[in-house]
Design a protein around this ligand. Sequence first.
Ligand code: MLT
Length: 360
Amino acid sequence: MLVVRSTHVTEPMLANTSLSLIVRAGAGVNTIDVNAASRRGIYVSNCPGKNSIAVAELTFALILALDRRIAENVTDLRAGKWNKKEYSKARGLFGRTLGILGYGNIGREVTRRAQAFGMRVVVWSRRFQEPSDPGSGIPDPGVTVVHSPEAVAEQADILSVHLALAADTRDFVGESLLKHLKPGSYVVNTSRAEVVDHTALANAVRNRGIRAALDVFAGEPASSTGEFSDPLLALPGVIGTHHIGASTEQAQEAIAAEAARIVRVYKETGKVPNVVNLATTTPATHVLVVRHRDRPGVLAHVFDHLRAGNLNVQETENIVFEGAEAAIARINLDGKPPAELLQTIARGNADILNLYLVKI
Ligand code: MLT
């Protein structure tokens, strides 16, 4: 088992290991080569929701820092400059519109804080278009759901990005979306750098007075200290933090406890909480249901014949009835076994009570 935070887990690291579980002590799994792990049958698990409040708190720190220009205030004060005239030009948050892209745990926590500040909240999330579970498709009261990211950008005074990094979210906030923002709007990214096209953001800062606050950078070190530079940070109106969104004591403790729970459950039960790399669909087309006496060799007999018939087992489970006299096996197959093969299986072992095939 391997538990990692910022360390990148790459394919060569997995090549000659007997690793069976990688736990990301955080929410995002983009630092792990999940496809390589899946090809080797290694579970990848994460700790979702445990640091959402910490990220939401930093999001608000950045929003306030942009509006009151806290970083610039401090820099000038430290340089011996008093400039109340310049720094009195804040807009204020009350009554402004916060646009949120992505409405997972973090988007929700940001919403609650925005509402406490008297802000209007407009969100776009795929989950409102294709709700996979009914509960996840319900926004908090008072939230305006719109049907495109562009509609969020058009209404927002502040755009806050809370999307997970995936193939379809890379450069999601690009030129075509940024141009829908009003001049002088603020952009906050505490998710992943790759979700925002930094060249397009730099152009928006230079040409349209957009202010930006970033906690994440494409070239950020995987170690906790090191050399770092990013051209965006040289632009007036852009501020940054050191990818510290998830890093409060409370969040670190919650993450550590969740990582330990995952390891313990795996050790004690062989099951892995929060797995992110199991297939949601498989090539299975049929389920073979076998009701049998709970004796050794029954399933070996079934599997031997399936192999002889060149049928690949996808997922399988075997449930034992009370008293452990009988059991039922559900075997997902990547094809339809011919009727003769089913007869051979059924008649070839006296412990098979009956079997039938279901198309899925
Ligand atoms: C997360 O994925 O939860 C955070 O980005 C963790 C981190 O600080 O690296």
